[in-house]
Ligand binder design. Structure first.
Ligand code: PBG
Length: 339
């Protein structure tokens, strides 16, 4: 009999020989048998950057998250680094929106300037940029639009330009998030052609058309002005299709793959973890954050407890990295717990 068979045989013996509570008796025992350990190393903190001066404006649907102007970034990233959070992901709100989102790949666009400012303030903080179009376009879609259709291949050229402009500004990693087919390959090709073969791609590989993005769209001023995103983002009902999306992004050269949102898609996270060896990120999105914040403000939920439980669940499901608006708070809570 193998050890595992013996163990399960012992389990079959059952109560009173087996008492599960023995290992739950003291904090030390619980600590010793804890299977999942959340760590600050797992976190990526999203930042929203805006034009202007002295702007530090709280986003109403995301309490504790701010629109920051460039001058506010050094202070913010010093705080993030002091908490030992390894990376940020940047979202920018442009001065003007137009059909193709010109500021998105402008040398002095908001994101390009934010990357430079952050790298100047703190070269060691990893800066990831989101490569998409919805914040920059007047129609609010993630690609080039013609006759109310979001065009795929025409969009890829723009994503390539955006990624290269972020790389030129000093980004450490780019994250294509528009869910166009071939986007990872197009971004890889553009980066390689511009001399950035070393720059990794974090692929929003399985991104669902989710209601949980609501607060983010307020924050990024990026809701679609007609229709919705269901012709490019995934149907929440599909799991096998997510595995195909992930496989394709890996083929195209993704270095890290992502599932988004996290909480309603823990089964997807688990399946991806079991099938693919790449590092896996999960995006604990704005709506998941806002739900806990709102309930906590009403005294209906304990914020720290529920947030850490949620993040632990995402990690237990198989995520290696978690993009979360709770990153700073969680980093503080974890360091307090460890004394
Ligand atoms: C841009 C983008 C979105 C999010 C991240 N990148 C919004 C969307 O697809 O509408 C959502 C993040 C969040 O809700 O926290 N494509």
């Amino acid at each position: 009999m193998t050890e595992i068979e013996e163990t399960s045989k012992a389990a079959e013996t059952g109560f009173p020989t087996v008492r599960m509570r023995r290992l739950r008796r003291t904090p030390a025992l619980r600590r010793m048998v804890r299977e999942t350990k959340l760590s600050v190393d797992d976190f990526i903190y999203p930042l929203f950057v805006v034009h202007g001066q002295d702007i530090r404006q709280e986003i109403s649907s995301m309490p504790g998250v701010y629109h920051l102007s460039l001058d506010q970034l050094p202070r913010e990233v010093n705080e993030i680094s002091a908490l030992d959070i390894p990376a940020v992901i940047l979202f920018g709100i442009p001065a003007h929106k137009d059909p193709i989102g010109l500021e998105n790949f402008a040398e002095h666009g908001i994101i390009q300037e934010a990357v430079r400012t952050i790298k100047r303030a703190n070269p060691d903080l990893t800066v990831i940029t989101d490569v998409c179009m919805c914040e920059y376009t007047d129609h609010g879609h993630c690609g080039v639009v013609r006759d109310h259709q979001v065009l795929n291949d025409e969009t890829l050229t723009i994503y390539g330009r955006v990624a290269v402009s972020h790389a030129e500004a000093g980004a450490d990693m780019v994250a294509p998030s528009g869910m166009m087919d071939g986007q990872v390959g197009a971004v890889r090709h553009a980066l390689d052609g511009a001399g950035f073969a070393q720059l990794p791609i974090l692929a929003y590989a399985a991104k669902y058309a989710s209601n949980f993005y609501g607060p983010f769209r307020d924050a990024a001023q990026s809701p679609p002005q007609f229709g919705d995103r269901r012709s490019y983002q995934m149907d929440p009902a599909n799991a096998r299709m997510a595995l195909r999306e992930i496989a394709l992004d890996i083929q195209e050269g993704a270095d890290i793959v992502m599932v988004k949102p996290a909480l309603p898609y823990l089964d997807i996270i688990r399946q991806v973890r079991d099938r693919f060896p790449l590092p896996l990120a999960a995006y604990n999105v704005s709506g998941e954050y806002a739900m806990i914040k709102a309930a906590a403000r009403n005294g209906w939920l304990n914020e720290q407890g529920t947030a850490l439980e949620m993040l632990t669940g995402i990690k237990r499901a198989g995520a290696d990295l978690i993009l979360t608006y709770f990153a700073k708070d969680a980093a503080r809570w974890l360091s307090e717990q460890h004394g």
